[in-house]
Write a protein that binds this ligand. Sequence first.
Ligand code: AMP
Length: 588
Amino acid sequence: MSEIIIGIDLGTTNSEVAVVRDGRVEVIAISEGVRILPSMVGLADDGSLLVGEAARNQYVLRPERTVRSIKRRMGETSRIALGDKDYSPPEISAMILRRLKQIAENHLGQTVNKAVITVPAYFSDVQRQATREAGEIAGLEVVRILNEPTAAALTYETGHQCARKALVYDLGGGTFDVSLVNLEGDVVEVLASHGNNHLGGDDFDQKIVEFALDHLQTTYGAEVADAARLSAVALARLQRAAEAAKITLSDHPYAMLAEEYLLLHQGDPVHLAVELSRGDYEAMIAPYIAETLDATHIALAGAHLTVSDIDEILLVGGATRTPLVARRLEEALGLVPRGELDPDLCVAMGAAIQAGVIHGDQTSRVLVDVTPYTFGTAAIGMLDGEEYPYCFIPLIRKNTPIPVTKSEVFYTAQDGQERIDVGVYQGEDRDALNNVEIGQFTIDGLRRDAPAGSRIVTTFSLDLDGILHVTTREKETGLEHSITIANALARQETDQLDAARERVRTLFGEAPSTPGSADGDGADHRRQRVEALALVEKAERLLGTAGAEDGEDLVNGIEAVKDVLDQGKEGLKVAMDSLADLLYYLEA
Ligand code: AMP
């Protein structure tokens, strides 16, 4: 049996182990379906050592017997108390490494003595040496200490030969690093790195904990909130609930923070139940993300590069699943970040790829199932500075790993709106009508007494078989509708796309397009028709409340617009203006 070298991502919050076998990269499962080992170590009451999830579970009850984030202390000479003994940081790290070594050995059915271990690009020699020492204590010869951004780039780039410059944005639980790397053939060079050793997803959790404490203060009073702050157990429970809510908010517009019997106050139980919206959450964490963008610009300057030199942005670290991260990066750098590889696992995979190279193995490209298309719906919004009812709102973006579920909140446009038409589109255009409509349904029977702005949550779930489930739910009443679109991933050939565009054109009474004709006029024309139809819809709603004389004027105005639309006559603008004036007068 040939010797095997494992790749280890020894992270601040989590660690993973991977290996290359038969040319394929494999992240080894820690337990059934779980590939992430929390980087935590603890001592149980009976003195047994707890590593990973068991230590994390104990942290809630016995934070004083549990060690977390040991990576931050690598290179220090301090000692860490655990039970009645104390340990050096490499010794604590070695406990995690030893566990990963055992897991790999059980999985591979052979002894493992060698590893590649990753460290942040900014780690000093002393910190690298401490990491090597941790490996040795764990019984592993550390054949290479590899920079984390290099590992991530290796995972993304295996099989690519052309020279590229990538920005590796790594936001983990407790640390943030951004690096610029040059990739050329098999050589990956870190040009510059910058970051903050105390910024990450844990800070986001902390913001949510503060939000929960504020809620306790408003509901039960300051004394209860203070009691929660002073109770290590209540705080640990709040932290867990906060992290779960944060993860929910990455895919859904609302998350519930619910902890029953959080604590007892003067003999009475205190329960927490509060909802947090993604919008409010994003406002809380926006300053942190702004800080990471500042660091990104510093790293760019350090590498003597400008934004336009970057070929791609690679997302690493679990906290990059926060949608605001990709959104802000895209706004700042004008590139859609790549996140198709699991951001928790790609560093470990890169370590395994490097281990494979050292061992002389060929590694094939890391393959993941991603959606090649963007799926979304349409809503009223601003398009090119004008209000437009068919703005495309992507829910599942191209290159997202599948299966995936994403939801967004939408708002009704009018008081007493009873129905909503939901279009499901596939494509990339900001105008939904330029994308392919792959489904449509109507929700009828919304509350007549509901004001404009009632919340409608739309959920898209795409599975590995290419089946797209779309569900729309009125938040207050729970009224729900859904459709299933089979074959959502079936490739829409260019001619199919053209046919779909043509169908939409015909639907809007436009002349068929001639090959090679510019679409500009068509799009303007279509937009004007859409606006006309919206105007007619609005006028028809007002008909119910208008008096006899105004009603007649309205009917005439509506007929005039419809007539121009149906007959394809000239003069749409004049008819629309006159109906709009009438509506303005009636509303005033
Ligand atoms: P890492 O250090 O790379 O393992 O990243 C861990 C951090 O990612 C923790 O703060 C997690 O709570 C966070 N995280 C994991 N999954 C998600 C998610 N879906 N959305 C937001 N943050 C996440």
